[in-house]
Each structure stands twice: as C-alpha cells, then as structure tokens.
Ligand binder design. Structure first.
Ligand code: IPD
Ligand code: CA
Length: 268
C-alpha cells in the first residue's frame, strides 16, 4: 500500500534529522531549490533519505520534491509522490519545535488525485496519515475534525509575509475570533486541523505550493474537513511548480460560512 511506503519513508526522515534540527549544521545553504526557497542542509538530508529509500525498494514513481524538483524513478510510473521532506524549514533550522515532513501519493497531476498522505511531526516522530475513503489517523487512532462544541474556537491564519491589503482583508477574522494562531508549518497545521485542534485554517496569501499541502489536503478531507479555494469552490490545483494557492479548511459548513462572511465584510 502506498501509505505504508510513505510512512516508512517518513520514519526514516525522522531518524535522520531528529538530532540535526536546531544545530548549526541544519542551516547549510545549498542554493535555491525547485520550490523557489533556499534549500537548507536539513532539507537535503531529508529528501535524500526519501529518494534513497524509494530506489532501495524500486518504487516506480515520479517524485515532485520541493528542493530536488522532478525526479523520475521509472519510465513506467504508478503515480506521483509530492514531497516536502521538511515543512517548516525555518522552524527546523532554528530549533523551534513546529516542523514536519509531508509526503503524498497522487495517481495523476492534480491535488484532487491525491490518494494517500503522511505528515510526520519531526519533533516526536508521531504520524498523521490518510488514504482516500479509508479515513485519517494519528498515532494509530482515527481522527476527525472538531465539532461545534469546542470551548475555544481556534483559527489558524498564515500571516507570513502578508501584505497590508491581505491584513486588511483578514482583519474581521482577527477581530471576530479571539484565538487566532500562526505556527509556520502549513502541513502540520493542516494535520492539527484534521485532529480537531484547530477549527479553521486559512492561507489566503496566494503563495503556498502544492508540496506544502498535498498530504495535509487528503488528511484534512478524510477527517471530514471542508477545503475551498479563494473563490469558495472545492480546492483543487495542478501539481506544477509554478502553481500557488490560497485556501481555507473549515471543520464544518457553519464555520466556513462564518469566516466567509468575515472575509466578505472587508470587501464591501
Ligand atoms: C513553509 C511553511 C510555512 C509557509 C511557507 C512555506 P517550507 O514551507 O509551510 O508555514 O508560511 O510559505 O514555504 O518552505 O518550510 O517547506
Ligand atoms: Ca520544505
């Protein structure tokens, strides 16, 4: 099963980077990667771990890595592996304990064709995973998004590098939700959302890559989350390196409608 391959690869990433995060060695600069950011040593070590493992088991796939770009491991591939071997690289380099690996398998060149995803919290090695129509799991137990009964509504908003216009647009969200959070690792934040720790997660910056969210996408969906793009349509995208996305994940229709109204307020 694809999810088992992704889980084993993630386990190996954890083993290989757990003592590297937060050290001087983690930061080594390897130039600009395929995703457009500087590749750090920790990113390279993690990606190599996955590629070595896939070669070892003869996995016939095309890897779309955030740093390494497209790597065709077969002329007769079974599908794509969308790899962000370290999501939250800046946190990982600084040793801020919010970073993960994100591996997804897709049967074709679209986010909606993702069938399996694994997000591993690289601080403790605990795993979130999902396969299409089979549910989402954390640490061996089935997970679901939150219900309306939560005491505090937690809204994750990615504000990293947000321009003033975006902050104005999101201002009613900040004002109407007392508990707004930003942690710096989209894949892990989506996994937390799937586990019911965040009720809503918004990245409205138009700059997140598919690598950062492909595994979180299937985990959040399988946990019952609603995922929309910035036109409030079901989230989808091609897997191109040029593609950049805005999206919202909400635990239920009411929460989605609340945030939609809030974002709408500022646009009148
Ligand atoms: C980053 C994280 C972060 C988001 C950045 C991404 P990376 O991923 O997901 O939350 O704000 O836009 O680049 O670069 O650490 O894999
Ligand atoms: Ca990364």
């Amino acid at each position: 099963m694809y999810v088992d391959i992704l889980r084993e690869a993630s386990k190996r990433i954890y083993e290989n980077v757990k003592d590297l995060a937060g050290t001087k060695d983690a930061a080594g600069d390897f130039g600009i990667g395929a995703g457009g950011d500087i590749s750090r040593n920790i990113d390279i070590v993690a990606e190599k771990t996955v590629l070595d493992y896939f070669k070892e088991i003869g996995f016939r796939c095309i890897v779309l890595g955030e740093e390494c770009g497209e790597v065709r491991l077969s002329d007769n591939p079974e599908g794509f592996v969308i790899m962000d071997a370290i999501d939250g690289s800046a946190n990982a380099v600084r040793g801020l304990p919010v970073f993960c690996s994100s591996l997804a398998f897709a049967t074709g060149d679209k986010l909606s064709l993702v069938t399996d995803g694994v997000v591993t919290d690289l601080v403790n090695g605990k795993m979130y995973w999902a396969s299409k129509n089979k549910g989402a799991f954390f640490d061996g137990k089935k997970i679901m998004v939150s219900t309306d009964e939560s005491i505090y509504r937690m809204v994750g908003v990615n504000t990293s590098g947000a321009a003033i216009d975006l902050m104005r647009k999101l201002q009613p969200v900040f004002e109407n939700n007392n508990h707004v959070r930003h942690f710096g690792a989209n894949a892990l934040e989506m996994a937390w959302f799937a586990r019911g720790l965040l009720d809503v997660f918004i990245d409205w910056r138009g700059k997140i890559r598919v690598q950062d969210i492909a595994a979180g996408y299937i985990i959040a969906k399988e946990a019952g989350g609603i995922l929309c793009d910035d036109n409030w349509k079901p989230l989808d995208a091609d897997l191109s390196y040029k593609t950049r996305i805005s999206f919202i994940a909400a635990a239920n229709r009411k929460m989605l409608d609340d945030v939609r109204k809030q974002i709408g307020q500022s646009q009148q």
